[in-house]
Design a protein around this ligand. Structure first.
Ligand code: NAD
Length: 293
């Protein structure tokens, strides 16, 4: 039988962690945020609360649901307190394997024996992360999308040793959040990063070869295929440095030429043109565009 999840602890109160904790609190789970950096923890908590308030203002969240969610949401700068009695710990710390392994080893020591240990990694192997845990069978990938309180998809990544009951409990959790799950095996780039990157890198090569301009390549997929946003815009939003590092991982691990990072991507990253976050990538992002995007 799959364990019942009532209490969730999110590690890392940054871009993803705060939104995941917010989504869990809104869905009625007791939701605790933990961060090594007390200032980041406070910012994450404030952001989650202000996004709930914003949801009420925009008529997306009922006032009583918002009250309950604020009550469900707590934070702690002490790890043992944050995970005390938790059924599911979700790690959302930076995308560095050694850091993740350290946290999973620590979680194995401080969490109860039945706590599910999940990672929000977008590209690292769940099986490798799980090697650091005392029982790798309770480790799983729960890959949320940005912004996590809005995006409907959660990609569930099953490690080589992930237990069936852990997968089942994770599916129920995702569904209780009002989100949809896809289940993928632990392979480089999972489904989402691999497919998204294949399209993005091909669009970059087409731009290099002068097939069409950046706006026209994006319009091709927006108007011709109904994608909400073209592949170069998506790359700008994700961050070109992030795209480059995932391309390098996929190229190395899958050995497929379509994941070889195009020269234009390396050049833009070298010049510090990282996309929306620096105001310039394949497109220009002024303050207005930032607000719209
Ligand atoms: P972020 O840099 O915004 O936040 C990371 C937070 O983790 C920081 O507040 C930092 O202080 C904290 N932290 C660092 N070490 C810690 C530790 N040992 N224990 C607790 N907290 C610690 O990062 P992010 O963008 O939220 O990304 C987090 C994870 O989510 C990464 O694995 C990333 O690949 C993945 N992800 C990111 C996105 C995205 O669009 N940003 C989308 C999907 C998945």
């Amino acid at each position: 039988m799959s364990p019942t999840i009532r209490k969730v602890t999110v590690l890392g109160a940054g871009t993803m962690g705060a939104g995941i904790a917010q989504a869990a609190a809104l869905a009625g789970f007791s939701s605790v945020m933990f961060d090594l950096d007390p200032a980041a923890l406070q910012r994450g908590h404030d952001r989650a609360v202000s996004q709930i308030d914003d949801g009420v203002r925009r008529g997306k969240i009922a006032a009583d649901q918002a009250d309950r969610a604020r009550g469900n949401l707590t934070s702690s700068s002490d790890l043992a307190t944050a995970v005390s009695g938790t059924d599911l710990a979700i790690e959302a710390i930076p995308e560095i394997m050694d850091l993740k392994k350290k946290v999973f080893a620590e979680l194995s020591r401080v969490c109860g024996a039945s706590t599910i240990l999940a990672s929000n990694t977008s590209s690292l192997s769940i099986t490798t992360i799980a090697e650091a845990a005392s029982s790798p069978s309770r480790v799983i990938g729960l890959h949320f999308f940005n912004p996590p309180h809005i995006m409907k998809l959660v990609e569930i990544v099953r490690g080589e040793l992930t237990d069936d009951a852990v997968l089942e409990a994770s599916r129920k959790f995702v569904s209780a959040l009002g989100k949809e799950a896809i289940v993928v095996k632990d392979s480089p780039g999972f489904a989402t990063s691999r497919l998204g990157l294949a399209l993005g890198l091909e669009a970059m090569r087409m731009l290099e070869q002068g097939v069409a301009s950046a706006p026209d390549i994006d319009r091709a997929m927006e108007l011709g295929y109904g994608h909400p946003m073209g592949p170069l815009k998506v790359s700008d939003l994700v961050g070109l440095d992030v795209r480059l590092s995932i391309a390098e991982i996929l190229h190395r691990e899958l050995g497929a030429d379509q994941f070889r990072p195009p020269d234009i991507l390396r050049r833009l990253v070298g010049e510090g043109r990282l996309g929306k976050k620096t105001g310039q990538g394949f497109h220009r992002w002024d303050d207005t565009a930032k607000k719209k995007a």
